[in-house]
Design a protein around this ligand. Sequence first.
Ligand SMILES: [Zn+2]
Ligand SMILES: [Zn+2]
Length: 302
Amino acid sequence: MSTTDRSMTSMNPDGVETVAHVANCPGCDQPHHYFEVTFPLENDRGYWEVNCSKCNELFVIELSNPRESDGNLSRQIRARHEEPFDGDRAVVARDVLQHNIDLNRNSWSFNYSAVSLYRCAKDSSNLEVLAKHALGANIAGILAAYNTAVNYLLKGGADHDIALARVPLTCSCGGKHTATYYARLALGTESGPSSEDDFLLADVSGAMMEKTLDGVVSKDEAMDILEKLVIRWNLLADQILIVAPFVGSIYLSNEKQLVIWRWLLRMLNAEKSVFLTRGATYKAYKQAMEADGVPVDLLEKF
Ligand SMILES: [Zn+2]
Ligand SMILES: [Zn+2]
């Protein structure tokens, strides 16, 4: 398993610190992820008025530097105030947690060198490599279309958060397939996709996935396949249900279980993921998270 752990607390040379946070809607407990910025000397304490992404009710997140802080929920922010909130405390988000889990879904990529999930149903050719070549050959046109779409949306189009690219390819057996790629739309200040590496492969038509999934594979290969499936599910599934303990086992130490937890949490779309686990396993995971100082409350919301 290739897991790179990067802390989501970052500091730039001027001493400006950016820390990942999650705050739950006081009405329905839906988690909302954002980044809080703090400056070395002067910080404005204030708050955001946010529309909950689930129940749509307005609630308040109290934080420093409401103008500079931001993140994935920026389109749900209705107003940014640079003074303390003095209204009804019932609408203020509880369970505001700092965390080190990287939920920036643009930060990971599709691993073409790992065991392949998408193989031609006729001749077992690796369709992922063919898809990548097809995407690379068309990338200039795709990026131009992406930029046109972003400019249109910035002028006030509907709410969208995903850009899709469908690319035709021909297998060595002569069969025709279509690869579906996606990238998160980056509006405003965030930087969007700049090369084929920024697009994630979610599907190739005419692939034999069942056969691949039924095979006997090593643990590392199983994790590689799971990673590709999560990339697929984040786009295609209405809800992602992870049933533990199919990852990790009672033979793994708390520390190793934590690595797997983190790895999964980092990839899953938090808005549509649910973790189910048996009582004993859940307790072990919880202990592993607590031992590492990772907020357990966050996990319970998934
Ligand atoms: Zn809500
Ligand atoms: Zn083929």
